[in-house]
Every structure is written in structure tokens, then in C-alpha cells.
Design a protein around this ligand. Structure first.
Ligand SMILES: Cc1cc2nc3c(=O)[nH]c(=O)nc-3n(C[C@H](O)[C@H](O)[C@H](O)COP(=O)(O)OP(=O)(O)OC[C@H]3O[C@@H](n4cnc5c(N)ncnc54)[C@H](O)[C@@H]3O)c2cc1C
Length: 413
């Protein structure tokens, strides 16, 4: 074990450089009481740096209709402010998107997997011959398809319905947002440390520091900490055993549509009924998020794969990625002709008992220990609110940005 450093006045350690840890580093570095005598270190276990887990592989939807409401109310407004202050449009792809629920069918084994339904062929023939030119327009309208949503096959659409009003849903590129938060925090003096934290030290009910293994070595290092913020996502219980957090693996892909194709900004929650020989054989529900530069992110269902030792050990099941690609290609010609750039998997951190994330002080375990973990499917949306609240709790002793009592970790024994 090497050096325990001389304790400075305030030494804050953040465990985990996902979106929660990196955003917390940012908000601490912008807190009015932050000064050069405050040390903030973000320790990350991935050899590849920050945002290698769910925070780099999520969809990136930021919605006023997300949950829990108390956290969303703070977070959405903070996302807007951050984007304005740091040019989020260029830096992390911040923009507003339309969101809708899309239902339709795909015909397996017909049209060589293209999923083109009979109606589609009829309509295109009518169009070619100049007959009934308005039928397709009428058909689209009756299904609720917006005029500018042209990258899903209208012939396979049963219905489309908007899920929120314009302006209520936005998006970020999660990897770019997370790494930007860290870079902006580093500009103010926050340090990034490559290491896997192996234990949290405490004495007489007060945290005193952490021990971590330097990546690529066996070397154990102990550093002093007056405050420790646990932001290790699904891995959080490995450092605080008994925390009611688990992880579910989910796969996703990104597809780049061919140049010249116009992919308008929609997030689609789909329900596709796969049909074969006139029978419904399966229902699949990939989510599709259009991103700037003609990229579309698509994710599939979770599975019960066990949480591996670190984020770098997460296995990607190629078959799971391929099935997302196939399902998405059925319903979109533009995506079927595009190039798959990424095939990936990550672990969604979930609080057991269908509960809200844990955001607050873990006084039942030790003074100076804070937990910000278990953000389920809204961690990208809720990172700024979580980070702002935790930075206030650490620096001022209380959360001032909203009433987040229901997220207090001490609700669990
Ligand atoms: C398929 C999918 C799509 C999603 N889409 C959206 C979306 O559109 N909008 C939205 O709001 N949310 C979305 N989410 C949810 C969101 O991704 C997560 O809630 C969020 O990323 C969790 O962030 P985190 O920082 O808590 O965890 P993580 O991103 O998992 O980060 C935890 C970090 O801690 C590190 N770590 C773990 N143990 C240690 C240790 N001992 N020492 C040091 N470091 C350690 C890990 O290596 C990792 O980097 C999605 C999730 C999935 C799976």
C-alpha cells in the first residue's frame, strides 16, 4: 500500500465516472464555496476512461414527463441552462425532439425481410401510374403519422400518437454530455484518477478515505477523503453491501443513414407485431431515437445476464444486436440501407422494489458518505438535478434545489 496523502481541508472523492459522477464533479466545481483548497477526485475503474457504462451507451432522452417528478423538475431546467451556457448543441447534441408511440406490423418472410406490406406495393403502383394521388396522404393522416416523419414505412404503420407536446422532450448524446461534464470540471481543478475502488474506509462512524487499485497494476493506494460520493451505477453494492440496487443488461446499436437521407428528430417507442403466414408470431418493442447527423440509436429489451466484475467485462451478444437491427430494418427503409456503427451492451442500474433512485446522505452507514445511484431508465435526464442536489448537500449540508426527501437513501434500512 502506498501513501496516505496529507489531509487537506476538504477532500471529496467521487466513485464512478458515469453521467452521475461526472455531473456531480461539474456541480461541485461550480459551487460558490468551491475553492482551490477543495480537492475533488473522480475515480473510475474502466481502463477506457469515463462513460463506458450505461452513461455512454444510453439513448439520451431528456423529458419533462420522466420520473421521479421532483428530480425531473430540477433536472430539465438544468439541462436547458447547461446547454445554453456551454453550447450543448455543438458540444453534446442538445436539441428538442418529438416523441411518439408507433404501432405497426412487419411481415416475416415477405419482401425478403423488408417488411413491405401489401398496401405498400399497391400504393406505390398507384403512385407510379398517377392514380389516386391523394390516397397515401389520406392513409398517413388517418394513422396519425406526422407530415415530417418519413423514415418509417407508412404501409406498415397501424397508428402513431404523440406522447408529449412539442418542447417537452429533448435529447443529448450521453457520451458527449458525460465527457463534457468531466472536462468542464477538470478546467476548475477536479482530478480524474484511473483506479478501481476496493473499499471505503471509516473510523468512529465518519468516512476517512478510500482504497483503490491503480489500473494496470496490483498497486493499492489509500487516499484521504472527508466526503465520499458513491456513483458506481449497478456496481454500487460492491462497495456498500446491502444497497438495494441491481443491474439489467440491455443491448443497443447505432445506425448511420446513407448520406442524403433526411432523418427528422423523433424518438419512437415502437410496438411491432411480427406476422408470418397471416399469423401474429411475436411482438417486439425497440425504441428508436433520431440523433443529429443522420444517426439513429435503437435499443432492445433487457436480459438476465449477471453483472460482471467491471464495466470493461460486459459481454456483447451479437445475436441480440442483430435482432434489433432486423426489427428496425423491417419498419424503416432508410435504416435498413444504413450502416451499423455500434453494437453495444451496458447495465441499467435499478433500485429494487420498483423504487426511485437513491440520492442523499447515507448517515445510517457513515457520516460523510453520500449515495447517488440507481437511476434506472432516466439517469441521463436526471443527472443534472441529482448532481446539483448532491453538491449542495456536500457543500452546504442540505439540498436547496427541490424537495428530494423521497429519494433519501435512509428510507432503506
Ligand atoms: C439501453 C439504455 C437506454 C437508456 N436510455 C436513456 C435515456 O434515453 N434517457 C435517460 O435519461 N436514461 C437512459 N438510460 C439510463 C441511463 O443510462 C442510466 O440511468 C445512467 O447512465 C446511470 O448512470 P450512472 O453514472 O449511475 O451509472 P454508469 O453509467 O453505470 O456509471 C457507473 C460508473 O462507475 C464505475 N465504477 C463501478 N464500480 C467502480 C469502482 N469500484 N471503482 C471505480 N469506478 C467504478 C463504472 O465503471 C462506471 O463507469 C438508458 C439505459 C439503458 C441501459
Amino acid at each position: 500500500m502506498t501513501s496516505t496523502d496529507t489531509p487537506p481541508r476538504r477532500s471529496i472523492v467521487i466513485i464512478g465516472a458515469g453521467i452521475i459522477g461526472c455531473s456531480t464533479a461539474y456541480y461541485l466545481s461550480r459551487h460558490p464555496s468551491f475553492s482551490p483548497s477543495t480537492t475533488v477526485r473522480v475515480i473510475e475503474a474502466s481502463i477506457n476512461g469515463p462513460a463506458q457504462g450505461a452513461s455512454g451507451k444510453a439513448g439520451g432522452l431528456v423529458a419533462q414527463w420522466a420520473y421521479p417528478k421532483e428530480l425531473v423538475d430540477v433536472s430539465f431546467a438544468e439541462h436547458v441552462k447547461l446547454a445554453k451556457k456551454h453550447n450543448g448543441k455543438e458540444r453534446w447534441g442538445w436539441r428538442y425532439v418529438e416523441t411518439g408511440s408507433w404501432e405497426g406490423r412487419a411481415l416475416l418472410g415477405e419482401g425478403s425481410g423488408s417488411g413491405v406490406g401489401k398496401g405498400g406495393k399497391r400504393k406505390s403502383l398507384e403512385k407510379t401510374l398517377g392514380l389516386n394521388p391523394d390516397i397515401s396522404e389520406w392513409d398517413r393522416k388517418s394513422k396519425g403519422l406526422p407530415d415530417d416523419l418519413l423514415w418509417v414505412r407508412d404501409s406498415l404503420t397501424d397508428s402513431y400518437s404523440p406522447m408529449a407536446a412539442t418542447g417537452e422532450t429533448a435529447q443529448v448524446h450521453p457520451y458527449q454530455f458525460t465527457t463534457s461534464m468531466l472536462d468542464l470540471a477538470k478546467e476548475k481543478g477536479v482530478e480524474f484518477v484511473s483506479g478501481k475502488v476496493t473499499s471505503i474506509k471509516q473510523l468512529d462512524g465518519q468516512v476517512t478515505g478510500v482504497v483503490y487499485t491503480k489500473l494496470g497494476t496490483q498497486e493499492q493506494v489509500e487516499i484521504h477523503a472527508s466526503d465520499i460520493i458513491l456513483c458506481a451505477g449497478a456496481w454500487s453494492p460492491s462497495l456498500v453491501p446491502g444497497l438495494p440496487i441491481t443491474g439489467t443488461r440491455a443491448h443497443s446499436i447505432t445506425i448511420r443513414a446513407t448520406p442524403g437521407t433526411i432523418i427528422t428528430p423523433y424518438a419512437l417507442f415502437t410496438e411491432i407485431t411480427l406476422q408470418q403466414a397471416g399469423k401474429n408470431v411475436k411482438r417486439v418493442t425497440p425504441e428508436l431515437y433520431a440523433r443529429p447527423d443522420n444517426e439513429v440509436y435503437a435499443c432492445g429489451p433487457g436480459d438476465d445476464s449477471a453483472l460482471p466484475e467491471t464495466v470493461d467485462d460486459v459481454q456483447v451478444d451479437e445475436a441480440a444486436c442483430e435482432s434489433i437491427r432486423k426489427h428496425v430494418s423491417f419498419i424503416s427503409k432508410e435504416l435498413s440501407e444504413g450502416t451499423v456503427d455500434k453494437r453495444q451492451a451496458c447495465f441499467l442500474p435499478i433500485v429494487k422494489y420498483n423504487s426511485d433512485p437513491l440520492v442523499g446522505a447515507a448517515t445510517k452507514i457513515a457520516n460523510g458518505l453520500f449515495i447517488a445511484a440507481g437511476h434506472t431508465c432516466w439517469g441521463i435526464c436526471n443527472a443534472p438535478g441529482t448532481a446539483k442536489a448532491i453538491s449542495q448537500l456536500v457543500m452546504d449540508g442540505k439540498i436547496r434545489c427541490g424537495n428530494l426527501k423521497k429519494l433519501d437513501p435512509s428510507r432503506f434500512s
